[in-house]
Ligand binder design. Structure first.
Ligand code: CTP
Length: 462
């Protein structure tokens, strides 16, 4: 929206605006926005013939968006959002929370969306076909705007005590939220926890932006993204262009595992998770649904990837088994080969005159081999071989032993700096031969490997 300097307005108009804003308990700037929004709605968008043409060629043509409007002064921006989405050919079905009705009327929302506005969880009219399930089923994407702190908290903890939260709990569709709240609420530890949880659950965020709040004198993070920014995020998610891995599910492991000795000590290795996480992100960018089982790492979760955090090899194996079947399994984790046979229940104490304790070790499950030999073996199984000597011979042995299709072999001897570093030089060992890749960044390795995986999954045989 173009910016307006209230200072430059005619004195009498400014006075009327001040009175109107005070009567509504809003700032003058918010009042102007609201007036302009109403004006925009009153102006017909296009003649029916024109709008049909726009819709047929719109970037969101035929896409069904369920728009959940939360409470808050930013709710007025949803009127513009609906208009912009419809201009692009989307079908918008609105759901208003009870509190949102204090900010926008169902009448205005329904008129703009040209659809019924849903507000009640238990409505005789809408519930005959389990309303909230149907609403989710009939959508390509669910958008929550504004997403209040309260709605985010409900989503994070799985509450379903009104129509909006019930839809969000019952849905298996992608969900995009546009948070809007006071900066102190946005930065509150509770909201931070909820944000992290929602991100982990695969919820996409657009905004919030920095800026002035409706409350005078307040500014900071918490302003809802502008309608066009939300539209762009929606277009990004619903773009018609087919990505090469769209519809494919890929299970991954990454990072080290920690094997406890006692409640305070564990056995670990130097894996940072950088290479595995980069591959997960690259696969997701190509449209795959990536489920990543990660050992303890300090790097952030990769974008657009569902991450399951585990600690030990056995937890990692259990998580991977639960994620099968899948189209591909890419096992990058540096799984500890052994764990202690008897994990001590209490911290092992030094005793004067006694020798250091001898740790008895037993072998951990081989997760890659388990997947390779599994009844639900994915079409493509890729393992990594971290070696310090006899790279190719060891990689070839692993290919057979673990029933993998490819082994990505890398030299992790200390001098290479691969473990924990940002670069990698790998070789792809398959039954057909060895492909040698030059030294490149872990990001580049990830991009190239993701492209190779996409090509393999597009062919019938790998
Ligand atoms: N791997 C696994 N589970 C294990 C050990 C390894 O899934 N318990 C996987 C790794 O994720 C990797 C591949 O197997 O994809 C090879 O890992 P690596 O540590 O190089 O091989 P190991 O089988 O452990 O053999 P070794 O340590 O003797 O070289």
């Amino acid at each position: 929206m173009a910016s307006i300097t209230i200072r430059n307005l005619d004195v009498s108009i400014k006075e009327k605006l001040r009175l109107r804003a005070a009567a509504h308990g809003r700032s003058m700037e918010e009042e102007v926005r609201l007036i302009l929004g109403e004006l925009g709605n009153a102006i017909p968008m296009a003649t029916p013939a024109m709008s049909t043409t726009i819709r047929a060629s719109g970037s969101l043509s035929g896409r069904r968006i369920l728009l959940i409007i939360g409470a808050g002064i930013a709710a007025y921006k949803c009127l513009d959002l609906i208009r912009r989405l419809r201009e692009r050919g989307a079908q918008v079905r609105p759901v208003l929370t009870k509190a949102a009705e204090e900010f926008v009327t169902p009448l205005a929302v329904g008129a703009l969306a040209a659809d019924k506005v849903f507000t009640e969880l238990f409505s005789r009219e809408d519930e005959h076909d389990v309303g909230h399930i149907r609403l989710s089923r009939e959508a390509d994407l669910i958008v929550v705007a504004p997403a209040t702190a309260d709605l985010m908290a409900k989503m994070a903890s799985g509450l379903a005590n009104d129509l909006a939260s019930a839809i969000l709990l019952a849905t298996d569709k992608r969900v995009l939220i546009a948070p809007a709240m006071n900066p102190r609420m946005w930065n509150h530890p509770a909201t931070r926890r909820n944000r992290a949880m929602l991100q982990k659950d695969g919820i996409r965020f657009v905004g919030p932006n920095k800026g002035e709040m409706a409350e005078s004198g307040e500014s900071g993070d918490g302003r809802m993204a502008e309608p066009l920014e939300i539209v762009a995020a929606i277009e990004g998610l619903l773009a018609r262009r087919q990505k090469p891995l769209a519809g494919k599910t890929i299970v991954m492991t990454s990072g080290p595992t920690h094997e406890p000795i006692d409640p305070v000590r564990y056995i670990a290795n130097r894996s940072s998770g950088k290479q595995g996480h980069a591959i997960a992100a690259a696969l997701a960018r190509l449209g795959a649904t990536v489920r990543l089982v990660s050992g303890p790492v300090t790097i952030p979760d990769p974008e657009d990837v569902t991450v399951i955090h585990v600690s030990t090899a056995r937890e990692m194996r259990d998580a991977v088994e639960q994620l099968l079947p899948a189209d591909a399994a890419i096992m990058v984790a540096a799984v500890a080969d052994w764990r202690t046979a008897n994990e001590a229940g209490e911290k092992i104490k030094k005793k004067p005159g006694e020798k250091a304790p001898a740790l008895q070790m037993i072998e951990n499950p081989d997760i890659l081999a388990g997947v390779g030999h599994s009844k639900s073996r994915p079409r493509l199984v890729v393992g990594f071989a971290a070696e310090t000597q006899d790279l190719l011979a060891n990689a070839k042995r692993k290919l057979d032993k673990k029933a993998a299709d490819w082994i990505v072999a890398n030299d992790v001897s200390h001098a290479t700096g691969v473990m924990g570093g940002d670069r990698n030089a790998v070789r792809i060992v398959t039954r057909l031969g060895v492909e040698e890749w030059p030294d490149m960044s872990k990001e580049e390795v990830a991009e190239r490997l993701a492209a190779k995986i996409a090509a393999a999954l597009q062919t019938v045989e790998v």
